[in-house]
Design a protein around this ligand. Structure first.
Ligand SMILES: [Mg+2]
Length: 303
């Protein structure tokens, strides 16, 4: 077939590009042509059957996660997504109707987050279903990109939403398939806090491992207060909240007093103060008087 048929399918579903004046030439030529400012955010991420989703997962959820993962990284820079590119490897024998369904879903989710697909590539090969999504994003117009490396000793550490329990180990389902990339929240924090928003990232592998990464990039230590960590519904222990991963919430540090200890972003997503930035290195979890090193606590393999 099939590649031509599938690509035509993408092109046909890219029709609502009229609402995106930055697109000079959409899919259908050798390259897409877009207007971009300078600098821009670039991100690529992939989802692979058996690693990021279990066999049998609804294609709509697979497409959603494929698009949402790189968008979570755009959110983590306080950016705004602009354009997406999709590359897919379909297993040999993957039915045409399922391929159409998958690309319909990719196009729909891309548009849902304001980030139309402007191009793609499809190959058929022995193996499992794999999708790779690339995103071009705008940096925040006033705050600029928010990096991991801006945290300083004395900062307060916050997270959005609630943590833990993103994957149901029995069914393979859960929040890891249906999370909302915190695009609006990241942009709001940048807008509201400006230079008082010092560092930010998204929590993909777990609060422990990711706080450790932010600390390392900033050359500081991060201490998380176990009693402050907001737990997802059904999560009984802070150890899960620290280690489960795939929360796709924002982890960020701000000047002391820049935000109340608890509050809501516009739209209702909660933010919670969970700790502080110290001189030193690594990430630790404070439980009463005990201090546990959580720098490596999480699922690094999930990427
Ligand atoms: Mg990230």
């Amino acid at each position: 077939m099939r590649e031509q048929a599938l690509l035509r399918h993408i092109y046909d579903r890219s029709a609502p590009l009229a609402g995106f004046p930055g697109i000079v030439q959409g899919p259908g030529d050798d390259c897409a042509v877009v207007n971009i400012q300078s600098p821009v955010l670039l991100k690529v991420d992939q989802v692979i059957e058996g690693r990021h989703f279990v066999e049998g997962t609804l294609l709509d959820l697979v497409a959603r996660k494929a698009m949402a993962r790189p968008l979570s990284d755009i959110a983590a820079m306080a950016g705004r997504p602009a354009y997406a590119l999709a590359a897919a490897i379909l297993p040999m024998g993957f039915p045409q109707a399922r391929a159409d369904e998958l690309f319909d879903a990719l196009s729909r989710w891309a548009l849902h987050w304001g980030c139309p697909l402007v191009g793609g590539d499809i190959a058929v090969a022995h193996g499992v279903l794999a999708l790779s999504i690339s995103i071009v994003g705008h940096v925040h117009p006033t705050r600029g990109p928010v990096y991991r490396h801006g945290a300083v000793a004395g900062d307060e550490v916050f997270v959005t939403g609630a943590l833990g329990g993103s994957l149901d180990a029995v069914t393979g389902m859960g929040k890891h398939l249906s999370f909302e990339p915190r695009l609006a929240e990241g942009a709001w924090l940048a807008e509201t806090l400006g230079a008082r928003l010092h560092a930010m990232m998204d929590i993909s592998d777990g609060l422990g491992i990711d706080a450790g990464r932010l600390a390392e990039r900033s050359g500081v230590g991060i201490q998380i207060d176990a009693g402050s960590v907001p737990l997802s519904h059904g999560v009984a222990s802070v150890d899960h909240a620290v280690r489960d991963g795939e929360d796709y919430e924002l982890l960020f540090t701000v000047s002391p007093g820049a935000l109340p200890a608890r509050g809501e972003c516009p739209g209702g997503c909660a933010f919670t103060r969970v700790g502080k930035v110290l001189a030193g290195h690594g990430a630790s979890l404070k439980k009463g008087d005990a201090l546990e090193d959580i720098t490596g606590a999480g699922f690094e393999h999930r990427g």
